[in-house]
Design a binder for this molecule. Sequence first.
Ligand SMILES: [Zn+2]
Length: 235
Amino acid sequence: MKKRLLILLAIVLLGSIGLWKLSRSRTYQVFGELYPRINTTEKVVALTFDDGPTPRTDSILTLLRDLDIKATFFVIGRDLVTYATEAPKILAAGHQLGNHTYSHERMVLKSYSFVKEEIEKTDSLIRKAGFQAEIVFRPPYGKRLFALPYYLKQTGRKTIMWDVEPESFSEIATDSAKITKHVLANTKPGSIILLHIMYDGKESIKAIPPIVRELKSRGFTFKTVTELLRYQLSQ
Ligand SMILES: [Zn+2]
């Protein structure tokens, strides 16, 4: 009897570890289209920013204009409401908006109706800001399990992850030179770079000019996520 209980506990434990790993996998989800990067040999890359918009938008847009690149902003519905003037500016500057949920909660162990509301509310705010093209999705903290991917697949939405994330290493995140070095060492054709610069991330902002200049000098072109998706080769 005791042995059976132990086996059962082991199964539950292994199952939980498996689900936890699955919820944070960058390259696999149960349902729907997932892109951690684009499979291509062309020197194209996407710079993506998560969260916001915030009143920092103006200075970020100036920086991107000076560097002459387009980027993709995965915005939060709640922030779109608070700072309603910012998203239209992002669009007017030619950048892309993506959906990063309404309240930025971890989308695991959430009900179907919660997931649906988080996504739909944010999509309508993105539409209200004036974005007319396909809206791609990125889960907060990269987390998702069943309900979220199921809803995304049902509604034909693409999940956009990333393959270059310098800020995920604490020893790198606090130093713009290290961020730059990490990005330059890890960016490949079709890479999706993730930075957080809307709330804080001053070191990440400082890293953007050297990253862009060096990648351009290596022959890379910066694309929005939707432009980048067009380069996807069939696997
Ligand atoms: Zn986020």
